[in-house]
Design a protein around this ligand. Structure first.
Ligand code: GLY
Length: 363
């Protein structure tokens, strides 16, 4: 069997965004046994490069900010709404407050100053935050998106653009072909590996570069009478990160645990307990919400938290390893892959994500 155009392996938010972008000027097949699921289905939906940043990760911050700037147009094209209320960041104990100070000082040195607040000032801006919060930050520029609405928008856009969905499972990618589970081989033009945590098994160059990082999330529903959140709230609770992302209506996503546990996607009682306990210390009203869903996904971790976006060998590109930032980085990743395949220069911020920083590649 053969496909004349480009095959994108992986139908999460990265693979779908690439497929939609490429389908504007070439024929595209998307290979995934369960598109629009995986880590993208479980994501919190924060588009938050500033509150994800840390000293030493300046390239990731630049990449994230460049992608954030593309989000309003990306969302509008897909007919998906963005939340623009920004992020309230909270610290519980003295060590958590010290960590927020490090983040705020770091951002200030990069010319991206954020508002530092006492616990009382933070509560005035986000009344759902409880009295145990010691200090905080307000980050007005962060956005958020409903990940499931986004996935529906991407699948519809891909179908409209003529992308062929092939639900078979890829096993090995080589120049000009993809071997499927079961042994059948598909011949094709260019292949883009965008299979998230599974990318490491698809090409020998990615073997040690992409690893699964488990994350559990909860979905909650505000019952009548509870004080709703007006912002995304992120917090450090005894150094453990927790976030609460309000959705349209009465839904809230609470995440996320982070473990290196291989390809395990079972939700554990301990994970649920930890998330609820930490969240309640930040937003006490959370105990009055209904619990509607628990889920686990596998982030695609990379060695340096930067993704891998670029050619591996002639006719084979990778777009994986987006770790905690898959949704945020989707627009710039898709634009970069389209440019690379068209023989144009990708956005400058993507050069830091070249896989050649870790492994020899051939163009
Ligand atoms: N982007 C949030 C997470 O990975 O949990």
């Amino acid at each position: 069997m053969s496909y004349s155009g480009t095959v994108v392996v992986g139908g999460g938010v990265i693979g779908l965004s690439i497929a939609v972008r490429l389908a504007a000027d070439r024929s595209v097949t998307l290979l995934d046994p369960a598109p629009a699921r995986g880590a993208s289905w479980v994501a919190g939906g924060m588009l938050a490069p500033v509150t994800e940043s840390w000293p030493g990760e300046e390239d990731l911050l630049e990449l994230g900010c460049a992608s954030l700037a593309r989000w309003p147009e990306f969302a509008a094209d897909l007919g998906v709404e963005l939340r623009t209320d920004g992020t309230a960041v909270a610290a519980l104990d003295a060590a958590d407050a010290a960590q927020l100070d490090i983040l705020a000082d770091h951002l200030a040195t990069l010319g991206r100053a954020v508002d530092r607040l006492t616990g009382r000032e933070l509560r005035k801006r986000e009344p759902a935050v409880g009295p145990s919060v010691r200090s905080g930050l307000m980050v007005p520029g962060d956005l958020a998106v409903d990940n499931r609405e986004l996935l529906r928008g991407l699948v519809s856009a891909a179908a409209r653009a003529g992308v062929t969905f092939d639900r078979r499972c890829a096993q090995v990618v080589e120049p000009g072909s993809v071997r499927l589970a079961g042994g059948e081989v598909i011949r094709c033009g260019t292949t883009v590996i965008a299979a998230g945590a599974w990318s490491g098994g698809l090409h020998p160059a990615l073997d040690q570069l992409v690893r699964p990082v488990k994350g559990e999330i909860l979905r909650l529903r505000a019952r009548p009478g509870v004080l709703p959140l007006t912002h995304t709230v992120r917090a450090l609770v005894e150094s453990r990160p927790v976030y609460l992302v309000p959705r349209k209506g009465d839904e809230l996503v609470l995440g996320a645990t982070q473990y290196e546990a291989g390809f395990d996607t079972e939700v554990t009682a301990g994970g649920v307990h930890r998330l609820l306990d930490d969240a309640e210390r930040v937003v006490p009203g959370i105990a009055e919400y209904g619990l509607t869903e628990t889920a686990a996904g596998l982030r695609a971790g990379s060695r340096d938290n930067l993704p891998l976006v670029g050619p591996l060998e002639p006719g084979v590109l990778v777009a994986a390893g987006h770790h905690r930032n898959g949704l945020l980085l989707a627009p710039i990743t898709a634009a970069a892959v389209r440019a690379m395949i068209a023989g144009e220069d990708p956005p400058a911020e993507v050069l830091a994500a070249d896989p050649a920083r870790h492994v020899p590649t051939r163009r």
